[in-house]
Design a protein around this ligand. Structure first.
Ligand SMILES: O=C(O)C1=N[C@H](C(=O)O)C[C@H](O)C1
Length: 294
């Protein structure tokens, strides 16, 4: 099984007049196919998975696989707080050319550590493809400890990566220090991308890499080649934009930027997400102009 490493793009789900916009989706897939990304991740947080209906999610995945035509691996986010439902969700994708699955920890029901281990053993058992454990406590109310994660990895050989969105530097550094060689640590904290790579992370799943994509890839390439100054210099050109992209609920800012760039027909998100404030829109207009001039 190939190692997961590099920059993974958690693609937005385009909408137009309230419906999924497959025309803009194909445009996005074509646009991002040539930047050296390690893969696309559909139905992540940035893909607004909570408000995309199951049949719509499948249609988006089918369309993306067709549009990418093998140029990039396509991973799929399968979330939920019922082990049975998440297992069925993974099984439902097995007939498609899906590269693997991003599986967020169960949310709302706050399972104990042994329940989390049993959950991942069960859902990973539905496939032989790579599973990426997604730990994002500020969204789920659950923090998967590093020890529990290592227990999962020992029990389920196809759990090949963790998307580390803990926002806890000490936990992330401990994870990077103790992770077994077969586990790829992919940061999901965009501001921490350079720091994580410099401390041994294999890559990142980064919403902000919708913009200045080549530079995110260059940062990862430079670190892989131990060219720290080149990596830090490249990082310095993109890291200042990240706070604005998360200044209001992700992916509202990102969709506004992609709309301004002509990659989306509409910046719309589905309720309860709305659209960026006028103040942030003005900031993003400046950012879009700077990116166009770069
Ligand atoms: O789409 C995702 O998955 C990501 N989630 C993070 C979030 O919680 O918004 C951000 C990350 O860049 C990608």
């Amino acid at each position: 099984m190939t190692k997961l490493e590099g920059v993974y793009l958690p693609l937005v789900t385009p909408f137009y007049d309230g419906a999924v916009d497959l025309e803009s989706l194909r445009r996005l897939v074509d646009h991002y196919s040539g930047f050296g990304l390690a893969g696309l991740i559909m139905m992540g947080t940035t893909g607004e998975s909570p408000t995309v209906e199951p049949d719509e999610q499948r249609a988006v995945v089918v369309e993306t696989i067709q549009a990418v035509a093998g140029a990039l691996p396509v991973y799929v986010g399968v979330g939920g707080n019922s082990t049975r439902h998440v297992a069925a969700g993974i099984a439902s994708y097995e007939s498609l050319d899906v590269a693997g699955y991003l599986v967020v920890t169960p949310y709302y029901n706050r399972p104990p550590a042994d329940g989390l281990v049993a959950h991942y053993r069960a859902v990973a058992g539905e496939t032989e493809r790579p599973v990426i454990v997604y730990n994002v406590p500020y969204r789920t109310g659950v923090n998967l400890s590093n020890d529990a994660l290592f227990e999962i990895v020992a029990a389920a050989p196809n759990v090949r990566a963790v998307k580390d969105s803990t926002g806890n530097l000490m936990q992330s550094l401990d994870l990077l220090h103790r992770a077994p060689s077969e586990l790829s640590v992919l940061t999901g904290e965009d501001p921490m991308f350079f720091t994580s790579l410099a401390n041994g992370a294999a890559g990142g799943i980064l919403a902000s890499s919708h913009l200045a994509t080549r530079t995110f890839v260059e940062v990862a390439d430079a670190i892989a080649k131990q060219e720290l100054v080149r990596a830090r210099t490249a990082w310095g050109t993109i890291s200042p934009m990240i706070p604005s992209l998360f200044g209001e609920s992700n992916p509202m800012p990102l969709k506004y930027c992609l709309w301004r760039q002509g990659l989306l027909r509409s910046p719309e998100c589905r309720l309860p997400l709305t659209r960026v404030s006028a103040g942030l829109a003005a900031t993003l207009d400046e950012l879009t102009a700077q990116l166009a001039a770069a």
